[in-house]
Each structure stands twice: as structure tokens, then as C-alpha cells.
Write a protein that binds this ligand. Structure first.
Ligand SMILES: Cc1cc2nc3c(=O)[nH]c(=O)nc-3n(C[C@H](O)[C@H](O)[C@H](O)COP(=O)(O)OP(=O)(O)OC[C@H]3O[C@@H](n4cnc5c(N)ncnc54)[C@H](O)[C@@H]3O)c2cc1C
Length: 417
């Protein structure tokens, strides 16, 4: 859309059948809500109210949380508008390789065809998670991708027989799955397990208390954590966490690699649950399921998983427990979140570029190395979760829309120079 506005033609390649919506906004489940209030979800960097107006026109409140499928329709409308300009064409195909040619890139597609372009943008989103070693022999009882058809079938089976379900991971993906089970009228037991058993906190109204970047400790994760705790105690943790948002890229980039690793290893689970909060109505559904005893959140780790009589027998050890316990589940779902390792990517396009040395993993190995204008190579840009190593906070719409505008401007400058 940003390119079309600049009069630059582009081809949008997406082989998933959910072009323009990705995993996040192609859900059809009404219970899946945005985790950012409508007023923060405009797709347009220069029109921050754009989505809030659309939501209000449909009867919503700008501080409320729209259904994700509604946001998907909004994105679809914007894409349709860009296509109508004649500058955007969508192609339903998977890109399998890209090779540099004299004036740009040749992209190969899974149907055997290829196309050439002066600029290539990688916006392939979150990577599917790795399998979990303990479930290597669990076959179809282990649902590796919580967004696919297998997961939908498993939810339908669970709803009809009420057997117990295990969820590995207790973050936003777990919340989505629990909501889907609840919406399917499932009443069975759910165990959701992660190392620390931390679950996303809930949004609530607060008065923002901005802070200047110079007043925030820099370069040291421990110092920053201490400062955040103290500030949270004074002004409320939501105000303290959100006051860092405008500075998140600068704060991340002023940590050296050792400090960034320290953040990922120790602080990240806490940061994630406070920063990526859930809508109040979602929070109360989850809380109600916990208090009724249907959903148990466990801090611990999986030891073994075997299939016996076509059920999963799982042993897991609760944190600080001396002995593991054994429990039988009909299914286990992998909700550990997106892959955080570029070298393990299964995306054929990324694999081909990495194997050819055309792009490099970033210094942390969690995305691609990009420069200050998101270039990963000559005439090649990367966006969104692929640029986590450089920006860290670059996975949500408010950040990606700014990045899209900047990348489009840079492409325009490069191509029209
Ligand atoms: C469940 C969920 C809920 C979220 N909720 C919110 C929210 O409420 N608010 C918010 O701000 N953010 C939210 N996010 C985060 C954020 O909006 C998304 O991660 C964002 O959609 C990323 O956009 P993207 O275009 O980079 O990638 P995606 O939306 O993931 O799109 C990438 C597309 O590229 C396709 N693709 C990948 N490789 C290839 C290939 N080789 N060839 C062809 N196609 C390919 C994929 O199939 C996919 O369709 C959520 C994320 C998830 C997963």
C-alpha cells in the first residue's frame, strides 16, 4: 500500500491463502480479540485514527478491543483499495528461492515460474515453532501448529468427548487456544505448562506518564529492570511499561550483545507478559476458567510423552517438586510461540537466501541482519518479525506500519534516484 501510494508497482506473493491477513488476522473465531485498543491499530503511519474510525463506524469504541477477524476485513479493504489503483497485484504462490540479477532479484515460485523485480521485500512474518523433543514420538496426538487444520480438528474432538488437553506454553497463543476451546463449549480439563507459568496480564485504563529517554537507565538490563520496578511501584506498572514504548528501539540498540542476550534469557518472559497484554474481556474469561478449576497454569517442564492406547501419557515436573507426575491427555498443543532461531527456519525462501550467503542472520540469530533502513542486501529489504534482532519491538502493528512507510520511502529513493 505504501509503495502504491508512491506510484510504485508491486507484486504481493503469499502462498498461505490468507493474503494480507497472516496468521494473526485470518482467524474466524469471534472470541479472538486484538490485544491493542482500536485507537492504536491504524495500518497507516500518517493517519493514526484510521482504524479507530472504522471500528467506531461499526459500533465499537476507540478504546475497546475489536475482533481480530474485523481487523482482517479492514486490512483486506485496504489491500483491495491498493489493488484497485492498479499498482498492486496479489499472487497466490510460495516463494522458494531468490537470486540476484543485474538490476534486482529473480524470485522462483513453487509452481515453477519466476518473476523479476528491482526491489525485493521479505515480510514473511513469524516463523513456525520448532517441534518439541519430548513429543517426537507423539504422532498426531501432538499438535505442532496451533493455527492449522489439525488444531481445529483436535478442538472439535475435544469438545465432543471432553477429554483432557495439554498446552505447552502459557503466552498469547495459549490464550487463543483456550478461547477457541471455550467457544467450542469444551468443558474438559486443560493443563497449560511453561517453565515459569507466567500468563499475559490484562489491559486496564491508566493515565500515561511519559518519560524522557535520558531519564531511563541505558545499556544495562539489570539497572533498567530495577528502575522499571521502582517506577511501577510509584505510577503503576502499566504506565511504567508503556512509558518505555516510544524509546524501545533506542533502549534495545544501546544494550550490547551480551546485555541483549541477558534480556532474552532472563527478562523477556516478564517483559512479554506485561507488555503484550490481553483485552479485559479475554482476561476475565481466562480468570474464570482458572477459578473454576478447568484451566490449570503450571510452572514446570515436560519430561516424557508416550502414546499408549492412542492417548498421550505425559510426565511433567512442577517447579521445585521432587518427583514428576504422570497424566493422560487426548492432545498436546505446541503454543511455545514463534521460532526464535534463523538457522532453524523452514521457510524455503529464507533458507535459499541464507544458504547462498545473500543474507545473514543477525548478531543474535533471531532474525536477519539489516541496516538502519532495513536493507538486508542490495535491493533487498526485510520487515516485521524478521528484523527483531535490530529493533526487538517490531512485531506489532503500531511498529510495523512505521517501518512499512520508512521502507517504502527508501525503496522509492533507491529506484527513482
Ligand atoms: C495470533 C496473533 C495475534 C496478534 N495480535 C496482535 C494484535 O492484536 N495487535 C498487534 O499489533 N499485533 C498483533 N500480533 C502481531 C502482529 O500483528 C503480527 O505478527 C503481524 O501480522 C506480522 O505481520 P507480517 O506481515 O510481518 O507477517 P504475517 O502477518 O505473518 O504475514 C506473513 C505472510 O507471509 C507468508 N509467507 C511466509 N513465507 C512465504 C514464502 N516463502 N512465500 C510466500 N508467502 C510466504 C505467510 O504465510 C504469511 O501469510 C499478533 C500476532 C499473532 C500471531
Amino acid at each position: 500500500m505504501q509503495l502504491a501510494r508512491r506510484g510504485i508497482s508491486s507484486v504481493l506473493i503469499d502462498g498461505s491463502g490468507r493474503v494480507g491477513k497472516g496468521v494473526a488476522y485470518s482467524t474466524t473465531e469471534p472470541a479472538h480479540l486484538l490485544n491493542v485498543p482500536a485507537q492504536g491499530m491504524s495500518a497507516l503511519a500518517d493517519e493514526p485514527d484510521h482504524f479507530a474510525r472504522a471500528f467506531e463506524a461499526a459500533g465499537g469504541h476507540r478504546r475497546g478491543f475489536a475482533q481480530r477477524r474485523f481487523f482482517g476485513q479492514y486490512l483486506g479493504g485496504l489491500l483491495g483499495h491498493a489493488e484497485a489503483s492498479g499498482n498492486v497485484a496479489s499472487l497466490n504462490a510460495t516463494a522458494t528461492a531468490a537470486n540476484q540479477v543485474a538490476d534486482g532479484w529473480r524470485v522462483s515460485l513453487d509452481d515453477g515460474s519466476s518473476l523479476e523485480a528491482s526491489a525485493l521485500v521479505l515480510a514473511t512474518g513469524n516463523q513456525e515453532p520448532d517441534g518439541l523433543r519430548a513429543f517426537a514420538d507423539a504422532g498426531s496426538r501432538f499438535i505442532r501448529n496451533p493455527w492449522g487444520d489439525e488444531a481445529r480438528n483436535a478442538i472439535a474432538n475435544l469438545a465432543s468427548n471432553g477429554e483432557a488437553a495439554l498446552i505447552v506454553g502459557t503466552g498469547l497463543t495459549m490464550v487463543d487456544l483456550v478461547l477457541s476451546l471455550d467457544a467450542a463449549s469444551y468443558t474438559g480439563r486443560i493443563v497449560a505448562l511453561s517453565r515459569r507459568g507466567l500468563i499475559p496480564r490484562t489491559h486496564a485504563d491508566f493515565d500515561p506518564v511519559p518519560v524522557a529517554l535520558e531519564d531511563v537507565p541505558q545499556g544495562d538490563v539489570r539497572g533498567l529492570t530495577r528502575w522499571l520496578r521502582e517506577r511501577g511501584a510509584r505510577i503503576g506498572w502499566r504506565a511504567a511499561v508503556d512509558s518505555l514504548r516510544p524509546h524501545s528501539h533506542a533502549l534495545w540498540q544501546r544494550l550490547d550483545t551480551t546485555q541483549q542476550r541477558r534480556f532474552l534469557r532472563h527478562a523477556r518472559p516478564w517483559w512479554d507478559v506485561h507488555r503484550h497484554r490481553i483485552a479485559p474481556e479475554v482476561g476475565s474469561t481466562v480468570a474464570q476458567m482458572v477459578s473454576s478449576g478447568q484451566l490449570e497454569i503450571v510452572a514446570g517442564r515436560i519430561e516424557t510423552a508416550t502414546v499408549t492406547d492412542s492417548k498421550l501419557e505425559v510426565t511433567y515436573r512442577r517447579r521445585r517438586a521432587s518427583k514428576p507426575q504422570r497424566e493422560t491427555f487426548a492432545y498436546a498443543f505446541n503454543c511455545t510461540g514463534p521460532l526464535h532461531s534463523m538457522t532453524h527456519t523452514r521457510d524455503p525462501l529464507l533458507r535459499s537466501l541464507l544458504n547462498a550467503g545473500a543474507v545473514k542472520p543477525d548478531h543474535l540469530g533471531i532474525g536477519l541482519e539489516v541496516d538502519g533502513v532495513c536493507r538486508a542486501a542490495k535491493h533487498l529489504w526485510a520487515m516485521g518479525p524478521l528484523t527483531k534482532g535490530r529493533y526487538w519491538e517490531i512485531i506489532a502493528v503500531p511498529d510495523i506500519r512505521e517501518q512499512a512507510a520508512r521502507v517504502a520511502a527508501d525503496i522509492e529513493q533507491e529506484l527513482c534516484a
